[in-house]
Design a protein. Structure first.
Length: 227
């Protein structure tokens, strides 16, 4: 096998903006679709990847992920696969408005779910997220061996598996995740081993400014690992 054939790239893409005027933590709930801006983001990334050697496209079964992946699959003339392992992390607060600064932490009925931020106690354990996401990455690597794959997933699963690969602790401040809407976190394999992780934001200029607060442009950023 040539050196080029031995290199496979799997892009983990976060879905585009969702139509969610009430600010609900939608989690795994069905019925949440991309907004018009989210569709523009998906099209922008499809254009960005149009010249790449993409041979496999797969998405979380949730509508927002499927809709984000569709223009990418179409641009390459590929069927769109679905993988449950790419789904959003489970969360006890799904269906509610719950976020930093909204008073949820002061409600006694929520305290029992907030006792262990390291697991975390309010949702799917970080370790479980890593296991399923690594399985999805490895499956995509096999499907696209020697080429490139695109997997559309969600912010927390993407950031968690990236943290694992880059050997960081899994518990973290959600406000500091480097995973904007429609971003690409790209894992380069040599054979079966991940040798580098890159991060790009092809639709950065479309992302609302408040979601980029404190975030630095990261186009082309990559972290390499030893052989």
């Amino acid at each position: 096998m040539s050196e080029q054939q031995d290199i496979t790239v799997v892009h983990l893409m976060r879905h585009g903006e969702v139509d969610n005027p009430d600010g609900v933590l939608y989690g795994r709930l069905a019925g949440y679709h991309l907004s018009e801006l989210g569709r523009q983001m998906a099209d922008r990334v499809a254009e960005h990847l149009a010249s790449r050697d993409v041979t496999y496209v797969c998405a979380s079964p949730l509508e927002r992920a499927q809709e984000t992946a569709t223009p990418i699959a179409k641009a390459h003339g590929l069927p769109l696969a679905s993988d449950e392992r790419l789904i959003e992390a489970d969360n006890i607060f799904q269906g509610k408005t719950f976020g930093v600064g909204d008073g949820a932490l002061r409600k006694p009925e929520n305290w029992k779910y907030l006792v262990n931020p390291f697991k975390p106690s309010w949702g799917e354990p970080y370790v479980d997220i890593v296991v399923r996401m690594m399985q999805a990455l490895d499956a995509a690597k096999e499907q696209a061996r020697g080429h490139e794959a695109v997997l559309v997933s969600h912010q927390l699963p993407i950031w968690t598996v990236r943290s694992y690969v880059e050997r960081r602790r899994l518990w973290h401040d959600p406000r500091k995740r480097q995973c904007t809407l429609a971003s690409l976190t790209s894992f380069t394999y040599r054979g079966d081993k991940i040798v580098s992780v890159g991060y790009t934001e092809p639709a950065r200029d479309l992302v609302p400014a408040h979601l980029l607060a404190g975030a630095k442009p990261a186009k082309g950023k990559s972290k390499a690992f030893g052989a």
